[in-house]
Design a protein around this ligand. Structure first.
Ligand code: EAX
Length: 326
């Protein structure tokens, strides 16, 4: 009896030593990661790159399970309560959690990609990342969604007046909604996961998104007209649940930050690659693309909204970003 117990204990110990969980250095930690679009999109590239970098740097300790096509606001909420470990999201819903960040969603704030990336990688952008831990989140790095353009199923939009009266899906973002109201558009906020069906069923006439989202989401199937308004730059963020982050060693935390930087770079490169080929692809898929857009007309039409933005964020804070030179 005594002997048997000893033998079974010894066997259990021997067996346990063979199992990875018995050795903390070998124990794999599986983390859940979400992103809003298809796996072959820039969000998918960011997520896959993060997974690869973490696996390599941790010798396989950290393993990410990546789930595409998640609703951004819900993913942020899940990360706050710790049921999701990591996510990539546009800033679309982020201002509802960290209000100061919504300043980056102001239309015509950034001149071009170089300007936007410099601001986000510079002191203004980096200071914003420090606001997240108070909200149960750690912002690991700025990623990129891209400059947004309007699509619709009704008619070509050449001037701001052409957009009047259209029902356009917007993100759940007050800054964007203010701008679209100003254009005379009926802004209809909804989660991105609902957009394809809403366009298909005609619940809304149009939507606006960067080229890499329009291609990855196959919107050419349900939208005829694309106007290259480039009305607003849409940043993305690689976020982590603070409770998951706090459970890591300082070395591991640094590993997550470094890996996220590599993922963000890959995301920007994917955006640039799709920007180079996406419009031709959308034309080939049957879209009529309006490239000859007088953006200054759209900017003018949005002027009154700027008073509201100045009140909300401070004129000098807006100018600091608009005039930023590294
Ligand atoms: O982040 O909601 C949106 O339109 C976003 O641009 C999209 O989900 C990618």
């Amino acid at each position: 009896m005594k002997m048997t117990r000893w033998v079974s204990t010894a066997m259990a110990l021997a067996l346990a030593s063979l199992l990875p969980s018995a050795n903390p250095t070998l124990a794999a930690t599986t983390l859940q990661m979400g992103h809003p679009t298809a796996s072959n999109s820039h969000y998918g590239v960011a997520s896959a790159t993060l997974a690869e970098e973490l696996a390599r740097r941790s010798n396989g300790k950290f393993k990410l399970v990546i789930t595409p096509n998640g609703a951004e606001r819900e993913m942020v909420e899940s990360a706050q309560i710790g049921t999701l470990d990591l996510l990539v999201t546009s800033t679309g819903p982020v201002g509802n959690f960290v209000p100061e960040v919504a300043i980056v969603d102001i239309p015509f704030l950034f001149k071009d990609y170089t300007h936007a990336r410099a601001v986000l990688d510079g002191p203004v952008g980096q200071d914003m990342l420090k606001l997240f831990p108070d909200k149960g989140l750690v912002a690991l790095a700025w990623g990129e969604n891209g400059f947004r353009h309007i699509t619709n199923s009704k008619h070509a939009i050449n001037t701001p007046a052409d957009a009047k009266g259209l029902k356009v899906r917007t993100m759940e973002n007050q800054v964007h909604m203010t701008a679209f109201r100003q254009l005379g558009v009926l802004p209809t906020p909804m989660a991105f996961t609902e957009v394809f069906t809403a366009l298909q069923q005609g619940t809304v006439d149009g939507q606006e998104n960067p080229i890499p989202v329009i291609t990855a989401s196959k919107f050419a199937q349900v939208q005829k007209y694309l106007t290259l308004t480039g009305h607003v730059y849409s940043p993305a963020l690689i976020l982590m649940s603070k409770s998951t982050f706090d459970g890591l060693t300082p070395e591991e935390q640094q590993m997550f930050r470094d890996s996220a930087m590599v993922a963000a770079k890959a995301m920007r490169e994917k955006v640039a690659a799709v920007e180079a080929t996406g419009v031709a692809e959308l034309r080939a898929a049957g879209m009529e693309v309006i490239t000859d857009v007088d953006r200054s007309k759209f900017q003018e039409a949005l002027q009154p909204a700027y008073a509201e933005y100045a009140k909300k964020f401070g004129k000098e804070n807006i100018e600091r970003i608009r005039d930023y030179a590294p």
